[in-house]
Design a protein around this ligand. Structure first.
Ligand code: 3HC
Length: 520
């Protein structure tokens, strides 16, 4: 086996395969790109031209460098051209029989020393490796979309992958400027195993009418600083790919939370596969990318003048509203206020509702349920929830109960937007939007740690670099506090009684002991 990989093959030049070929060529390796027919080959070359052309337009590559980069890739439909490759990476469709068939054919073409890698997202690398005569030279090399941008490569070893194969691809990953994270052969590996539960919950949240697609995405981008919201990310990944990954994860773990949300199957049936077909959760026909936050209202819409905070020291929201020109009064139910903000509990709302002006809107802060305050108020149509979410409290979740009046919801959203917050409207469900999507994912990460599959540091690195997130799950858990995460999970669990949302024992223990993951 050659110690240093110099000549590589990529089979399958769809979005991922073309991106992988580009990454290799950028690092100066000789690349053979193989597709099944001339049309697919032309499309693959088109992906590389488009991606490198974009880099030229952005001043990241010169035209000469682009020509040299593309020139290092030999485009062919002949698998036999891979005969001299040190490494072949397959990126063909995510179906076991297709990958096995390809590996079987590669076995007859490549040399005995060639490393055979699969870019599978979730299929068993072991199951693919049995199609070749020497499974010890088979490894998973899992790149992330877009491959030229994301820094992570998951290096997946089976129980028989030879250590020198791992060493050679790890060295190569570093040469490509990527960060390798080594892991064992389980459905979804580290990153997809944690990412797809979250994505599936977001799809189900949208499907149930809990919040709009724009508000779900805006809550995550503005609240957590993620580069994309979950529905825009599903469109980037491809809904067919996402569906297959969830199916594989479900088959392996039998976790109901991995059952693809029905809307995913419906969109796939319609051929709405995401960006690649011009339509998925969003329509891409006349816009250049989405996922941009779309706050429900803009600041200048606010019609509220006087805001009363029951709390004498209500914190940054009151300050931001005062700065935005509202007349803010503190420590009172504000008989002449247009909006009264008070901690959401039935006793408080029974009291303030009697004092507040007849046309005033009453906003209940806290984790909910808002409907309990609404019921106690005796004027439930006027009551709306207002919850600041995210580590920097940048998102205002405006919570409509089943009886909130639309104008009360709009009023609270307008006021929140006037304070510079991203206002998103959602139903009165445990965790609202941000916590309902975030905290089960954090719990899944803790469960993964407990199984010994990956370390907290590897999980954080994988999530940060695979998806360009500002923080990994353990970093977020420590920022949030295990006790707060546990409290949210218990609320979610009480509402939906879903076994997959049961707090992992380690999280409960840390919360009980008042410890953080950094203390372990
Ligand atoms: N191909 C190549 N480069 C691309 C690209 C593409 N399709 N899209 C964006 N880029 C580059 C741009 O050229 C730019 O590079 P530069 O900084 O060197 O100029 C950089 O990425 C940023 O692009 P933009 O400024 O146009 O746009 P954004 O800042 O909005 O970034 C994004 C776009 C890179 C897609 C970013 O939103 C992102 O990282 N999103 C998260 C994507 C993610 O989570 N991927 C992992 C999905 S899971 C997966 O792939 C596993 C699989 O098994 C399913």
């Amino acid at each position: 086996m050659s110690a240093r990989i110099a000549r590589v093959g990529v089979v399958g030049l769809g979005t991922m395969g073309a991106g992988i070929a580009e990454v290799f060529s950028r690092a100066g390796l000789d690349v053979v790109g193989v597709e099944r027919d001339d049309a697919a080959l032309a499309a693959g070359r088109g992906h590389v031209d488009a991606s490198t052309g974009r880099a030229v337009r952005r001043g990241k590559l010169t035209a000469d460098e682009q020509a040299a980069l593309v020139g290092r890739i030999e485009f062919t439909t002949d698998l036999a051209a891979l005969g001299a490759a040190d490494l072949v990476v397959e990126a063909v469709p995510e179906r076991l029989e297709i990958k096995r068939d390809l590996f079987g054919r590669l076995d007859g073409v490549v040399s005995a020393d060639t490393i055979l890698a699969t870019n599978t997202s979730s299929l068993s690398v072991t199951a693919i490796s049995v199609a070749v005569s020497r499974p010890e030279r088979v490894v998973g090399l899992h790149f992330f979309n877009p491959a030229p941008v994301q820094e992570l490569i998951e290096v997946v070893r089976t129980v028989v992958t030879a250590p020198e194969v791992i060493a050679a691809v790890t060295e190569l990953a570093r040469r490509l400027g990527k960060t390798p994270v080594e892991c064992g052969d389980r459905a979804g590996f580290v990153t997809n195993a944690l990412l797809f539960g979250y994505l599936n919950r977001a799809a189900a949240m949208f499907e149930s009418g809990h919040a709009s697609r724009e508000d779900i995405d805006a809550a995550i981008t503005a609240g957590l600083g993620y580069p994309m919201g979950p529905l825009a990310l599903l469109d980037l990944i491809g809904l067919d790919t996402a569906y297959e990954i969830l199916e594989t994860m479900y088959r392996q773990g039998r976790n109901r939370l991995h059952t693809p949300a029905p809307i995913l199957g419906q969109l796939v049936t319609l051929g709405f596969l995401g960006r690649k077909t011009g339509r998925g959760f969003y329509d891409y026909s006349d816009i250049d990318g989405v996922g941009a936050s779309s706050a429900v209202v803009t600041p200048e819409d606010s019609r509220v003048h006087r805001v009363a905070f029951l709390d004498p020291s209500p914190g940054p929201l009151a300050e931001a509203l005062a700065k935005a020109g509202h007349d803010v009064v503190r420590g009172t139910a504000g008989q002449d206020a247009d909006l009264v903000v008070a901690p959401g509990d039935p006793e408080t709302f029974a009291r303030i509702a009697a004092d507040a002006a007849p046309g005033a809107v009453l906003a209940a802060t806290g984790a909910g349920p808002v409907v309990a305050s609404a019921a106690a108020s005796g004027r439930p149509a006027d009551v709306v929830g207002l919850h600041l979410a995210g580590p920097a409290a940048t998102v205002a979740e405006v919570v409509r109960t089943v009886v909130s009046s639309p104008s009360a919801v709009t009023t609270v959203a307008e006021v929140a937007a006037s304070a510079g917050l991203t206002a998103v409207v959602c139903a009165d469900r445990a965790g609202f939007v941000v916590d309902a999507l975030l905290v089960p994912y954090l719990n899944d990460a803790v469960a993964m740690l407990e199984t010994g599959y990956a370390s907290a540091a590897d999980v954080d690195t994988a999530m940060r670099l695979g998806c360009r997130l500002p923080a990994g799950p353990f970093e977020l858990l420590d920022a949030l506090g295990p006790a707060a995460a546990l409290a949210t999970l218990e609320r979610l669990q009480a509402e939906v009684r879903e076994p997959g949302l049961a707090p992992s024992p380690l999280l409960t223990q840390l919360a009980t002991a008042g410890l953080r993951f950094a203390d372990l």
